[in-house]
Design a protein around this ligand. Structure first.
Ligand code: NA7
Length: 546
């Protein structure tokens, strides 16, 4: 790729700016964006709040954290050399291995020299006169740049529950997303877990292996399905390495970039026997197949959804011995797959252990956290440790922790008052030269696949700007409107959007997130890429380039 000649046409010359591009975050997005912009010849700096690379996989060190995507479909695909060098040891990699992988990538491509750790960005202001961004770090230092790239992740600002007395507990207390770097022992301890989302489920099944006594505080049960993880031996890994082209081609063809693809049949187009056999097959297969590779109508047709929900409910009843507990674990207010499906390994069997108790806090609400433990409406439980698996201020939360101001001093918070509005999830009108990787309304799914696409699209746009001596890129309001309308249309009829979850913009612990918003793009990644490809091929007419 040719080096970009940055133009001096703008009021502020390249030489007068500290950087051509500042990237916030050194996770999967930030690392690859750094590499791509460096290839263009740009002077780039990454500011990262952690002490190391890895983003999600740096922070989420909680027990049992691992991929729910097949490891070999999740790693970067851009470097054939990297693909051939790296050996995954499990089909669904545990967090320590993933973190080692991302460190390996950072070293291999010599990325660290442009990353400044322990550097939280607190403000980013666009300067119209000079067409550049001024970034302020927590330590007060300021840095100027032509382009600002946010690589801050959609699930990176953990939220604690709004329960009285959280700070009064005298024992150990951890949020899963800020888990300590040192080993934590559960042996002989009385441990509480609050939260039963994808994170809570992974945590619970791991903690249960060694805990003295475990109490799970569940507000809403989720529909979980077996992960079926297994080790990868050398011969299998060699086979995977030979198939990488095929694997990534497959991810490009599927709705959400997983290796699983929607079955073209409708739930009622087969006999009841065929249907049951297919559900059994999916339940016995590894990964997200039961969610992403099921009949085409399970997330749009209520009757179809009821059938798969009934099937999974039967499985729960079979696996949990105490039927009163099983009933509590079966979701009643939403159907299978309409929230993110936690993948589990003997999760339901945990509830058969004599040292495990499930507390349904819809029946007996938590009143407060006390110095000794947790007080519900009917009793006070004493604990040595409380684990908060209470999720994130998702999608917009990490943006709102930074004072981002675009043209005329307008804040991003104001611009997104009624919910996020973006152009293809990458730009916001009135915030020129700011590009978001994994911003709201981009394609999600098997995230690294979407990240690579976003990163390359942004790099191409910046290269185009260099070639055409352009220094300002601002999404046109009408382009934002058109994309937002497309996001709305893509989500129409989806049962997922009728349910409270982070995917519909809900977080009971965050002010202003009690009402569902158009929080994410739920169309296919294929359609997303087609839209973005057309924008690039047409010379970025949807963006005001000057
Ligand atoms: P989630 O999916 O947002 O789950 C958070 C869990 O915490 C969920 O069970 C919540 O219950 C529960 N929660 C949150 N606040 C409270 C309070 N105040 N009291 C009791 N229970 C509470 O976050 P995860 O970290 O599990 O997963 C996020 C994504 O990361 C996941 O989808 C993957 O894509 C990776 P609720 O359901 O709101 O009743």
């Amino acid at each position: 790729m040719a080096a970009v000649e940055m133009t001096d046409a703008a009021p502020r010359t390249r030489a007068a700016l500290d950087f051509d591009a500042i990237i916030i975050g050194a996770g999967i997005s930030g690392l690859y964006q750094l590499l791509k912009l460096r290839e263009l010849g740009l002077k780039v700096k990454v500011f990262e709040r952690g002490t190391g690379v890895g983003g999600t996989w740096y922070w989420n060190r909680y027990p049992g954290a691992r991929f729910d995507s097949e490891s070999w479909s999740y790693g970067y695909s851009f470097s054939k050399e990297l693909l051939q060098e790296w050996d995954w040891t499990e089909h669904f990699s545990p967090q320590p291995e993933t973190l080692r992988y991302l460190n390996y990538v950072a070293d291999k491509f010599d990325l660290r020299r442009d990353i400044q750790f322990k550097s939280r960005v607190v403000a980013a202001h666009f300067k119209e006169a000079t067409r550049n961004w001024e970034i302020t770090l927590e330590d007060g230092s300021r840095h100027t740049t032509r382009f600002l790239i946010t690589a801050i992740g959609p699930l990176s600002t953990p939220t604690m529950p709004r329960i009285e007395g959280v700070d009064t507990f005298k024992g150990e207390a951890f949020h899963t997303a800020t888990w300590p770097h040192e080993p934590v022992s559960f042996e002989g301890k009385r441990v509480a877990v609050i939260g039963t989302g994808a994170t809570g489920v992974q945590t619970i099944q791991e903690v249960a292996k060694t805990v003295g006594h475990l109490t799970i505080f569940q507000r809403t049960p989720n529909w979980c399905a077996p992960l079926h993880n297994s080790k990868i031996d050398k011969a299998t890994m060699e086979g995977i390495k030979k198939r990488y082209d095929e694997i990534f081609a497959r991810c490009k063809e599927t709705h959400a970039c997983f290796v699983h693809t929607i079955d073209p049949r409708g739930t009622f187009e087969v006999t009841p026997e065929e249907r049951e056999a297919f559900f059994e097959y999916l339940y016995a297969s590894p990964g997200f197949g039961i969610w992403q590779g099921n009949f085409k109508d399970i997330l749009t047709n209520r009757e179809a959804n009821a059938l798969i929900s009934d099937f999974v409910a039967r499985k729960i009843r079979e696996r949990v011995k105490d039927q009163a507990v099983a009933e509590k674990l079966i979701p009643k207010n939403h159907g299978f797959g309409t929230r993110r499906v936690p993948l589990e390994t003997k999760y339901y069997e945990v509830y058969n252990q004599p040292n495990v108790k499930l507390v349904d806090i819809k029946e007996t609400p938590i009143e407060r956290i006390t110095p000794k433990g947790i007080k519900t409406s009917d009793t006070e439980y004493e604990f040595d440790m409380i684990i908060y698996a209470t999720g994130f201020d998702a999608i917009t939360g990490s943006f709102h922790r930074i004072d981002i101001r675009g043209t005329d001093g307008q804040t991003l918070k104001d611009a997104w008052k009624g919910g996020p509005q973006t152009f293809v999830g990458v730009q916001v009108a009135g915030f020129p030269n700011m590009f978001m990787i994994m911003g709201p309304h981009t394609a999600l799914g098997n995230i690294p696949r979407s990240i690579e696409y976003n990163v390359e699209w942004v790099a191409d746009l910046i290269e185009y700007m260099g070639e055409h001596k352009l220094t300002r890129a601002d999404a046109r309001p009408e382009s934002v409107e058109a994309w937002t309308e497309n996001v709305r249309a893509a989500g129409a009829g989806l049962l997922t959007n009728e349910v409270d979850s982070w995917m519909t913009g809900i977080n009971s612990n965050v002010e202003g997130k009690q009402v569902r918003t158009l929080a994410r793009y739920s169309g296919s990644a294929i359609a997303y890429r087609a839209w973005c490809d057309a924008v690039a091929a047409g010379g970025y007419k949807e963006i005001d380039l000057t």
